[in-house]
Design a binder for this molecule. Structure first.
Ligand SMILES: NC(=O)c1ccc[n+]([C@@H]2O[C@H](COP(=O)([O-])OP(=O)(O)OC[C@H]3O[C@@H](n4cnc5c(N)ncnc54)[C@H](OP(=O)(O)O)[C@@H]3O)[C@@H](O)[C@H]2O)c1
Length: 297
């Protein structure tokens, strides 16, 4: 199997690359700059046979050639929110003046030309088109929880990032390409946390349509390494993973190895998948959309 990984210089993407190589899978890693290329090369063993190529998902011309001759891809690109430092003042003042009763969220911005609409929607659509043009047999897409929650902080403070990702998922589902879509919860380690979050030491949980965020079980976070492991397992067990779209969370670190079984992970879903609505597919940037599972609202 020949697999191309996009966003391969990112925190999760680089773990996907490492795991594919560990499994002896012929891997092409796609990064968008020489800086990312060097960063990834430094993380890999010098003897590792991996082809690192440059492409920018906002420029489809650079993207198409990297999909040619591949059997499958793992899409791990994402627009990258930057903290608007000035918004922290409002967060602190709200906390002080309301004695902690009102919590105000900080704001974020995106570099010019790198907004969620451009990277997560149009950039993913370009990747899906390239995958289709090259006849790939499996597309694994790493997206995010909160795709059914327009009022979630990720959407209200980050230019509807997950709603744009959800729109790209709808495009993939209707593309006719065999797919697996994974919606991780909060990725561990969190931003600024120096404590590592090793994979393979937690019970993993799958659900659909953000129920892990609301069930009070605290399973809506997951180590990046476990997300990477589920991506690779999905490629290795296509009979279990194709046509599936699910949320991925985890329990606490058990301090000992916890073997991943894709079959056991997906079994509790009893075949159910994320419910995509027409409104999600037609999202144009307005928050006023119905995202209720199965369109019941
Ligand atoms: N952070 C969370 O808590 C969280 C929660 C749920 C889901 N997710 C999702 O999980 C996935 C992995 O997250 P992560 O934090 O590991 O990712 P990350 O480190 O932010 O990596 C994102 C990657 O996308 C690449 N990228 C951005 N714009 C690009 C462009 N125009 N062309 C090509 N590549 C581009 C970046 O390239 P460079 O290396 O060149 O910058 C980077 O490698 C993302 O889809 C993210 O949205 C995150």
């Amino acid at each position: 199997m020949r697999v191309v990984v996009t966003g391969a210089g990112g925190q999760t993407g680089s773990l996907v690359v490492k795991k594919l190589i560990e499994h002896g899978i012929e891997t092409t890693a796609v990064v968008r700059s020489e800086v990312s290329k060097n960063k990834l090369a430094n993380q890999l063993d010098a003897k590792t046979a991996v082809n690192i190529v440059l492409a920018d998902v906002t420029n489809p011309e650079t993207l198409r050639p990297v999909f040619v001759g591949m059997d499958a891809c793992v899409i791990v690109t994402s627009s990258m929110p930057q903290l608007l430092k000035s918004s922290l003042l409002g967060v602190i003042l709200a906390k002080i003046f309301t004695l902690g009763y009102v919590s105000k969220k900080p704001s974020f911005y995106f570099d010019e030309g790198q907004s969620p609409e451009i990277v997560d929607w149009l950039g993913q659509r370009s990747q899906i088109d390239a995958a289709k043009a090259s006849g790939l047999k499996h597309v694994v897409l790493v997206s995010s929880m909160a795709g059914t929650k327009p009022d979630h902080f990720l959407n209200t403070q980050m230019e509807n990032i997950v709603l744009w990702k959800r729109k790209a998922e709808c495009y993939l589902v209707s593309s006719g390409l065999p797919y697996t879509i994974i919606h991780p919860g909060g990725l561990l380690p969190h931003f600024g946390d120096d404590k590592p979050a090793p994979g393979g030491r937690r019970m993993l949980y799958a659900a659909v349509d953000d129920s892990l965020m609301d069930d009070g079980q605290n399973h809506s976070q997951v180590p990046r390494e476990d997300v990477a492991a589920v991506c690779v397992a999905s490629l290795l067990e296509p009979q279990l993973s194709k046509g599936r779209s699910f949320d991925l969370g985890s329990g606490p670190d058990l301090g000992e190895p916890c073997n991943l079984s894709l079959k056991d992970l997906l079994e509790p879903l009893q075949g159910s998948n994320a419910c995509y609505t027409k409104e999600q597919a037609e999202f144009k940037g307005s928050k006023k959309i119905r995202t209720c599972p199965c369109g019941e609202q």
